[in-house]
Design a binder for this molecule. Sequence first.
Ligand code: 3HC
Length: 634
Amino acid sequence: MGKVGVTMEVGSDGVAVMKISNPPVNALAPIIIRGLKDKYLEAMKRSDVKAIVLTGEGGAFSGGFDINVFRTVHKTGDLSALPDVSVELLVNIVEDGKKPSVAAIQGLALGGGLELTMGCHARIAIPRVQLGLPELTLGVIPGFGGTQRLPRLIGLSKAVEMMLEAKVSDELVLSSTAKGLVHAFFAQRLTSKVPGVTDVGLKPRQIKKVAVIGGGLMGSGIATALVLSNISVVLKEINPDYLQKGMKTIQANLRSLVTRGKMTEDNAKKAFSSVKGVLDYSEFNSFNMHKDWQKSDRAVFLQAVIENVSLKQSIFSELEKVCPPHCILATNTSTIDLNLVGEKTTSQDRILGAHFFSPAHVMPLLEIVRTQKTSPQVILDLMTVGKVIKKVPVVVGNCTGFAVNRTFFPYTQGAHILAHLGVDVFRIDRVISNFGMPMGPFQLQDLAGYGVALAVGKEFVSAFGDRTFRSPLVELLVKSGRNGKNNGKGYYIYDKGSKPKPDPSVLPIIHESIRLTNIMPGGKPISVTDQEILEMVLFPVVNEACRVIDEGVVVRASDLDIASILGMSFPKYRGGIIFWGDLVGSSHIYTSLKKWSEAYGSFFKPSRFLEERATKGMLLSEPASTSQPSRSRL
Ligand SMILES: C[C@H](O)CC(=O)SCCNC(=O)CCNC(=O)[C@H](O)C(C)(C)COP(=O)(O)OP(=O)(O)OC[C@H]1O[C@@H](n2cnc3c(N)ncnc32)[C@H](O)[C@@H]1OP(=O)(O)O
């Protein structure tokens, strides 16, 4: 770890080279800002200094203002922790200074880092530097004068305006949006720290090749993600037709990136040429035998076949016979128990789940599911593959639905209960999308297809029967010839080229389901506000998230925040499901759920963890005290 501070060396030519040092990205922490001020004042005073070159240590200029300070301000509400950089340092000292400053940029200059360069009198950069003002992604605006200088690159006469800017910036720092986004920034980085895996001195091994078994929607999406990051793929299918279909899907995925200007034709061709289609395992035993490979290199065998336990079991048994013993055996599954999948092998230590979200080459989350037997090295290796292919890997324990699907199964359930209590499905969808989800639960069901809803529903009924709402609605929809977006008819009508439109002809089917389930109190629709609709859909999700934390399915509560943002598109600016739950307050969530469980049944019953947190007035995100027995599945 380099020394944190600002250094200055004055050459015989009268140029003072000032270097910001705060590894890894030279964030502008208060100590750096103080250092800059001191060194600048010294440079201005010294007669041997004629000009200043401002740069950063270790290959980067600066990644911007230290985001940890925002966190402190969010905790305390005290804005005085924010130093006055825009006027005091940049206008009065740097810009107004009598000696010229040149910013020498390498690596990156982001946010406050870039604004610092704008305050200098000139800027020089090496090619391929990363420049940007990403403040909005944290819910704040460039607060060091960047909004003024960037358009004009001059700001002396605009000092007053800049101060007003500074005022808006201060207000935004305290907004719940900034709090949520800053939380998400750190929560995302924390997912890469997994106790017992990333802190025990293990080194990730290079993965150069992945065999993907199954070229359906998921398999071809995963293969696309891999070749996009230069990992070569052997795609195995069971017959030439399926194989050709899989290869075509990969090609189409790549072509759509070219069409959208995200990659060049040449690169797409190169990527496609690193997929090899095969129909048997004959190629697999030569994996890791390549002459260029180090002993420590590994290959991953990833099965992306349909959710069928015996099929997954037999594939792993076959793989165990044909592939070298140090290869990793992963399976893409969204719900199936991993202990079961590995049961018929003696390779449990190298078996783990790689749950990609569809479309796999687009969605950023990779849920890595470990069992009690998976070795830390194998987990670390798959985390590394995840990062290489630009996913955010979140390591979770084994249970039905793992972290994301399990936490979110009550989302659709709550919406269905409301519909059967007589609340309009389109109103429910509107309320939920106004909250910030990209679409409501009914439209989401249309998008995922009813086959998925029925299959996943069965898994949850058998695992969590005590809190599953069973209704015949989806079956009735299928019987009436609807299959959601797949066939253009669901709760909504899907006409090519136009937005989904609510379909009034679905209402009689819903009424039939209401009649069959008969849960409306006194046979009459309940009357609820939009706020109650929101809470009746989302509080059960928070409740299940509490169980997931309590059972140790996730390393820490904030991992669920990231999993909910990246896997379920929970609004990032709300910080994730647990962060939002804490903003709302465990006590309000608990009392509401209790009231609804008395009125509408056990689906709403508050979990033990929620009850305890509410009673003790503790945050849901607070780690359990060490005196409590560990129930971890990790
Ligand atoms: C008033 C001003 O206008 C306001 C501002 O300047 S707000 C800040 C604007 N700057 C930003 O938003 C940049 C945020 N940082 C990033 O996008 C990325 O970290 C990056 C592109 C700089 C580097 O990415 P990458 O190489 O993948 O490394 P990454 O893991 O993200 O970061 C490395 C470490 O630096 C930390 N870090 C990065 N930027 C930071 C910052 N601005 N403040 C504090 N810590 C920061 C990360 O938390 C991480 O810490 P960890 O190792 O303890 O987890």
